[in-house]
Design a protein around this ligand. Structure first.
Ligand code: TYD
Length: 132
């Protein structure tokens, strides 16, 4: 499965904690876009797509959520619940985010600019490509 958790170094002192994210260092690609999601509803999932080209790192800078990752052959559910842990998701991985805590803020770093034509929004279409 081309998806794994990355633990970021925390530079903490008596003033608080700081995490730095750097392209091609602790983030395994050139970062072209960052977006964040907040105001989610616990029982309304998001994502439910795969990207043809985009690689992403997803982290909860506040709160927590669960992420289902699915390469067509294998599914895993990962809890993302610490600001110093990011979930890398490769391209051609179906993902669904769910079980958001009330204080959840998800930040997503991606390797590509937004392009709706690189999305698989239909699970069966995705499966046809990854499991022909
Ligand atoms: P959507 O893909 O449905 O969010 P998610 O898959 O994370 O649940 O995106 C919601 C809306 O925002 C949709 O109209 C597309 C738009 N959007 C952008 O314009 N730019 C972006 O970078 C992203 C991720 C979404």
């Amino acid at each position: 499965m081309d998806s794994y958790l990355i633990e970021f170094n925390v530079m903490g002192d008596e003033r608080g904690s700081l995490v730095a994210l750097e392209a091609n260092k602790n983030i395994p690609f050139d970062i072209k876009r960052v977006f964040y999601i907040y105001g989610t509803t616990n029982d309304v999932p998001r994502g439910q797509h795969a990207n043809k080209f985009s690689k992403q790192v997803l982290l909860c800078i506040s709160g927590s959520c669960k992420v289902l990752v699915d390469n067509g052959n294998e599914k895993q559910t990962i809890i993302v619940d610490q600001p110093n842990k990011g979930l890398y998701i490769g391209n051609m991985i179906w993902r669904e985010m769910f079980d958001f805590s009330d204080d959840c803020i998800i930040m997503i770093l991606t390797s590509e600019y937004y392009d709706k034509t690189e999305y698989f929004n239909d699970y069966d279409e995705f499966l046809k490509v990854v499991c022909p």
